[in-house]
Design a protein around this ligand. Structure first.
Ligand code: AHG
Ligand code: MN
Ligand code: MN
Length: 349
């Protein structure tokens, strides 16, 4: 019988890749894995129990919060608090960073940024949702950790991952030495290594974007979409369009099959919609580690300066050749509309 490697075993084995590791990061990853299983249990029975529907509150971005967002947020924060390895959690669901003040945690080394439930509008219709996390080392040496510890560039990430609660539940993560995927075997309650050393195809034939917003896109994106739709046998065009509306699920598909996922700036969201700290940066780290590329249309996502917890960014992410081609169109048709620059009238006409 083939030997299975569980997430716990794998994390311990990989600790040897980091000769000075004291096991803190391993414990942190293990805690995230445990919280993921608890959230998975709730997501799976979302249709059965009275947990569906709006919580009534709105989160910091002014969006309706679903009950499962709140539940997932509580579970991850609880797991990270009791683990003792994390001193601050920055979550989509909390306006401010959450300091973990317990005796064991307040001097802990790590900061976690998290989107506890990604794609929450998909819960009610049984479509895949996810969790995204990003881990940084604390910068300040003494006293209480500060916002400076949190607002670090994507290149400083020591680990990042996502969980996809889909037709099966998977946890995919990187510590900067490749990407590995684990599938939850519900019969034994363990994540088992199923996708070792994941690599994204260099090229693909699937583009993924909310085309309903076409009229609001920068010209470069409009032209790239046209390019995807033109017939050309040599490049297997026209490409296929797929858009789930859960970033985790759209990007997971891109890793497995190849493709590009784009959430550009729009005239109504001039800085983009997706959040840099807990959506774009962790996904960019994972994709780069899988051999792909992630940019805001002009600049590498991981190099972007971070000024605030809930900062947004445009994102073009996926197979290297597809992202490069989309960037060519941005350069040719939307130069001057980089992140943070409001799209000109011309570009949204
Ligand atoms: P969240 O549920 O965490 O707010 O994230 C939703 C995000 C992302 O997962 C998805 O790709 C995107 O929003 C969909 O946005 P549109 O509905 O505007 O296409
Ligand atoms: Mn999200
Ligand atoms: Mn979310």
């Amino acid at each position: 019988m083939k030997q299975v490697t569980t997430l716990g075993q794998f994390i311990i084995e990989k600790q040897n890749d980091f000769p000075y590791a004291k096991g803190e990061l391993s414990r942190l990853l293990r805690d995230i894995g445990i919280a993921a299983k608890i959230v998975n249990r709730e997501v799976n029975k979302a249709g059965l129990v009275d947990i569906l529907g709006d919580q009534g509150a709105t989160n910091v971005q002014g969006e309706n919060q679903k009950k499962l967002d709140v539940y997932a947020n509580e579970q991850f924060i609880a797991a990270l608090s009791s683990g003792g390895e994390c001193c601050i959690v920055a979550s989509e669901e909390n306006d401010d960073m959450v300091r973990i003040d317990s005796e064991v945690s307040k001097n802990a080394k790590y900061i976690v940024a998290i989107d506890p439930l990604d794609g929450s509008s998909n819960i009610d219709c049984n479509v895949a949702v996810g969790t995204i996390f990003s881990i940084y080392r604390r910068i300040t040496k003494n006293g209480l950790p500060t916002l400076e510890d949190v607002l670090q560039k994507g290149t400083n990430q020591v680990a990042a991952g996502y969980i996809i609660y889909g037709s099966s539940t998977m946890l995919v993560y990187t510590t900067g030495k490749g990407v590995n995927g684990f599938t939850l075997d519900p019969s034994i309650g363990e994540f088992c290594l199923s996708h070792p050393n994941l690599k994204i195809p260099e090229d693909g034939t699937i583009y993924s974007i909310n085309e309903g917003n076409y009229v609001h896109f920068p010209d470069g994106v409009k032209q790239y979409i046209k390019y995807c739709q033109v017939e050309d046998k040599a490049t297997l065009r026209p490409y296929t369009s797929r858009y789930i509306g859960s970033m985790v699920a759209d990007i997971h598909r891109s890793i497995i099959k190849g493709g590009v996922f784009i959430y550009p700036t729009t005239s109504s969201a001039p800085n983009g919609k997706l959040r840099l700290m807990y959506e774009c940066n962790p996904m960019a780290f994972i994709i780069e580690q899988a051999g792909g590329k992630a940019s805001d249309g002009f600049n590498r996502i991981l190099d972007l300066e971070v000024d605030s917890l809930h900062q947004r960014s445009a994102i073009f992410i996926g197979s290297e050749h597809m992202v490069l081609k989309a960037e060519e169109f941005m350069k040719a048709h939307s130069a001057g509309q980089a992140n943070g620059v409001v799209a000109s009238k011309k570009s949204v006409a």
